[in-house]
Design a protein around this ligand. Structure first.
Ligand code: GLN
Length: 448
């Protein structure tokens, strides 16, 4: 399997650019060692997988797709999720492309050659975990890990026609995930099928002492949950999720999926998430504020490529950061620093925190009455490379249906649900209650 994975990578990745770093020699060696084991156990025994490049891997280059970290060749430890995968005998074949520091929706913010959509390479794969979704869609690996701060697992999964799960905030340890917005970031699996996805989450979920926001909540068997049907399941469909801005093709695909659920004995009703219209503004204020603080450590001393043109210490920090970070990362740092400045803090950051609570309350209210919330993952299928790069606000609008889920902290999955007339995949989003990934998986599996 591992050999075949590399074969496929060598065949297609020149065009897809899903991988930033490959670890071929070590991975093949590990596979050989596994072959020799008498006791061939482990949920992921010998399975080739890929890791998003913002998750640290011991001794394996971790760049966050930033030129600033181009020389971070030798991280000292493995992220908790990587340790957990290894315990189940997976084989990591390499590190996956992304938008720089996970800021973006198309992979066009990668500091390297951006990933392309395997269904049509003139289109973007989505982002920021574009490499994670494209690698699975192109058949390069069986599963990957991504991270989702505002849609970065679900949106690329939708664009590439694969399954991507953002678990409940706190479900999976963030230890070893390079922080973007710590109150929103969550690691999750990208796979071809719902069952594979449930298996990988079973491996990586659970409490971790190394992450104070990781929750001490028991992890049920997600694969067991797949066995139940959806008879009597109560589905809520927010009217804001099928409103203006969502393309007709996407709407039609979602309505068709809802009819399938109805035919299986589920019921659905229209509901409202009245504060979701503020989600985008809230998200960009909060995530940029947190990012501006989290990215302070990249100074060319502790981390990062140091500028060679500096005369003194302050100059060195300034030049290293301005030469090392890409445009979008600088934009977010400036926005966040501004929002946190004294005199502006109450008007922006504090206000955004309050609106975040209102958005969360909307979800809580609906999830008291319904089992899941269903809608599209994205307003349109994958757009063309270059189509939105000149206008950051249009790019941000792409995440309008995924971002509220991160602000609330609930779990959400994207699964394939048909194709556009251009032959591009459409994604169905299923959102569940806190720590109830089981119901989300069960709902997804029934449709698949
Ligand atoms: N596209 C969103 C952003 O640019 C979400 C990114 C993410 O989830 N990491 O911030």
């Amino acid at each position: 399997l591992v050999k075949e994975s590399y074969q496929r990578i060598h065949e297609v990745d020149q065009e897809v650019h899903a991988f930033l770093t490959l670890d071929e020699e070590n991975a093949l060696e590990k596979a050989r060692e596994l072959d020799q084991l008498e006791d061939k156990t482990g949920i992921l025994f010998g399975m080739p997988g890929g890791i998003k490049d913002n998750i640290v891997t011991k001794g394996l280059r971790t760049t966050c797709a930033s030129q600033f970290l181009d020389n971070f060749n030798d991280p000292l430890y493995d992220a908790t999720v990587v340790q957990k995968l290894q315990k189940e005998n997976m084989v990591a074949v390499g590190k996956l492309n992304m938008d720089e520091f996970a800021m973006g929706s198309s992979n066009e913010n990668s500091g390297y050659e951006p990933t392309r959509n395997p269904w049509n390479i003139e289109h973007v794969p989505g982002g920021s975990s574009g490499g994670s979704a494209a690698a699975v869609a192109a058949g390069e690996v069986l599963f990957t890990l991504g991270s989702d701060t505002g849609g970065s697992i679900r949106q690329p999964a939708a664009f590439c026609g694969v399954v991507g799960m953002k678990p409940t905030y706190g479900r999976v340890s963030r230890f070893g995930l390079v922080a973007f917005a710590s109150s929103l970031d969550q690691i999750g699996p990208v796979t071809r099928t719902v069952e594979d996805n449930a298996r990988v989450l079973e491996v990586i979920a659970g409490h971790d002492q190394m992450d104070t926001t990781s929750a001490n909540v028991e992890v049920p068997s997600y694969t067991e949950a797949l066995k139940q049907d959806v008879k009597g399941l109560k589905i809520a469909v927010p009217k804001e999720y099928l409103a203006e801005g969502v393309s007709k093709e996407v709407k039609d695909a979602i309505i068709e999926a809802l009819n399938v659920y109805e035919s299986m004995g589920a019921t659905w009703e229209e509901v409202s998430l009245p504060h979701s219209k503020y989600a985008l503004a809230t998200y960009y204020l909060l995530s940029s504020s947190e990012a501006s603080a989290n990215l302070a450590r990249f100074d060319g001393v502790r981390y990062g490529v140091r500028s060679e043109n500096a005369d003194n210490m302050i100059d060195m920090f300034k030049k290293s950061r301005s030469e090392g970070f890409g445009e979008e990362v600088k934009r977010r740092i400036m926005l966040g620093t501004f929002a946190l400045s004294s005199g502006y803090y109450d008007a922006y950051y504090k206000k955004a925190q309050k609106v975040r609570t209102l958005i969360k309350n909307d979800f809580d209210k609906i999830l008291e009455e319904y089992d899941v919330i269903v809608g599209p993952t994205t307003p349109t299928p994958a757009f063309k490379v270059g189509e939105k790069t000149s206008d950051p606000l249009t790019m941000y609008a792409n995440d309008i249906l995924t971002i509220p889920v991160n602000l609330a902290g609930v779990p959400g999955i994207s699964i394939p649900c048909g194709f556009s007339s251009e032959g591009l995949p459409i994604g169905l989003q299923i959102i569940g209650n806190y720590f109830d990934e089981s119901t989300v998986y069960r709902t997804a599996y029934a449709y698949e």
